[in-house]
Design a protein around this ligand. Structure first.
Ligand code: ADP
Ligand code: MG
Length: 330
């Protein structure tokens, strides 16, 4: 559908695409400057295309008042994080926008600047998309495409009893950042508060590490719903149980300070991490540690895979209750 309405506040659909989005497609051979209906991607023979779509929604994943460039980067990065967990090399992405009337040219310009910045960082281009108006909230859906680099693409299935469980980065930072945005954290320094907020607003997809460890893992996913909830996805699909040692879950010292004694349980249930949780045979441990050193990404051994089902959080050998296993939308 087209519309030719255009106001000084907001360009019409085609003018908007030409001005703000076509420049982001420059350099992508099959995107035709966004002047065709589709993008055409030529893949090397035998290549595995890895595809992922994730939407971010106003008041669910971000707030209207958040900086538009950061909203753009987060919308893109949550998808790249999935590619990272599967060892994929990002090729490009498609962008679907549902715009409420408050979104104006200045907002779109800042949003496009955020995308441009990350395109450079990750070596990708915009390949196409869709733009509509909505009477509802701002919704941004990104489809990321990548090429699998591992002979066997890591899956949620594949964890076996005896495997070790690992996680990248520190867990709970984003959840703590969200709590700070909601007014908590008076005891923290400004630097600590800003660090946590940044971890919430700007995930760091572990793409390079993800490619290095892909051949070494038995199962892998990105932590978006919460560490325990996501490990439970691995446990369920792999048909195993997972024991997590509460004291080994890596926490940022700022979230430890924010949450005090309840920090581990809070962190284990917090969403929006975009770290990678994975399992691997014990013999892969040294190679995993080497990949962590090479990429300067912290990787922590947090548990073991057992026979059985479900995930247990263990403290001194005893099961710890967690308030809410993870985030579900409904
Ligand atoms: P159609 O009429 O088939 O829906 P559109 O008019 O929506 O096509 O889109 C025209 C071109 O602009 C297509 O190449 C499409 O991929 C691209 N496009 C539209 N919206 C966006 C967007 N938000 N980001 C990137 N490309 C877009
Ligand atoms: Mg369209």
């Amino acid at each position: 559908m087209t519309n030719s309405r255009s106001s000084p506040r907001r360009l019409g659909e085609f003018a908007m695409i030409a001005k703000y989005f076509a420049p982001l497609a420059k350099g992508a051979k099959g995107a035709f400057d966004l002047k065709d209906d589709v993008a055409v991607l030529e893949l090397p023979k035998g290549a595995k295309l890895i595809a992922k779509v994730d939407a971010v929604v106003e008041d669910v994943h971000f707030f209207r008042s958040d900086p538009p460039d950061l909203i753009a980067q987060k919308a893109l990065r949550v998808n790249l994080s999935d590619l990272a967990a599967k060892g994929a090399l990002p090729l490009g992405y498609l962008l679907s926008l549902s715009l409420p009337s408050w979104v104006d040219n200045a907002w779109i310009a800042a949003f496009a600047r955020g995308l441009a910045k990350d395109q450079k960082r990750y070596g990708i281009h915009l390949l196409g998309g869709d733009t509509t108006a909505t009477p509802g909230v701002l919704t941004i859906s990104v489809t990321a495409l990548g090429v699998g680099t591992a002979k066997k693409t890591p899956r949620r299935a594949g964890a076996a009893p005896g495997d070790l469980v690992f996680v990248t980065g520190t867990i709970g930072d984003a959840g703590a950042g969200l709590a700070v945005l909601k007014g908590k954290g008076a005891s923290l320094t400004k630097l600590e508060r800003d660090t946590l907020i940044r971890r919430y607003r700007l995930p760091e997809p572990r793409l390079v590490l993800g490619r290095l460890i892909a051949p070494l893992v038995s199962a892998s996913l990105d932590v978006s719903d919460g560490l325990i909830a996501d490990l439970d996805h691995i446990a369920e699909v792999s048909g195993v149980a997972i024991d997590v040692d509460a004291s080994s879950i890596p926490l940022h010292k700022a979230s430890r300070k924010l949450w005090g004694g309840g920090a581990v349980a809070k962190a284990a249930a917090a969403g929006d991490e975009y770290e990678i949780a994975f399992t691997a045979r014990p013999r892969a441990h040294a190679a995993i540690a080497a990949a962590a050193r090479r990429t300067k990404v912290k990787v922590t051994h947090i548990g073991t895979v057992q026979e059985g089902k479900g995930v247990r959080l263990l403290k001194n050998g005893r099961s710890v209750r967690i308030e809410r296993a993870g985030y579900t939308h409904f």
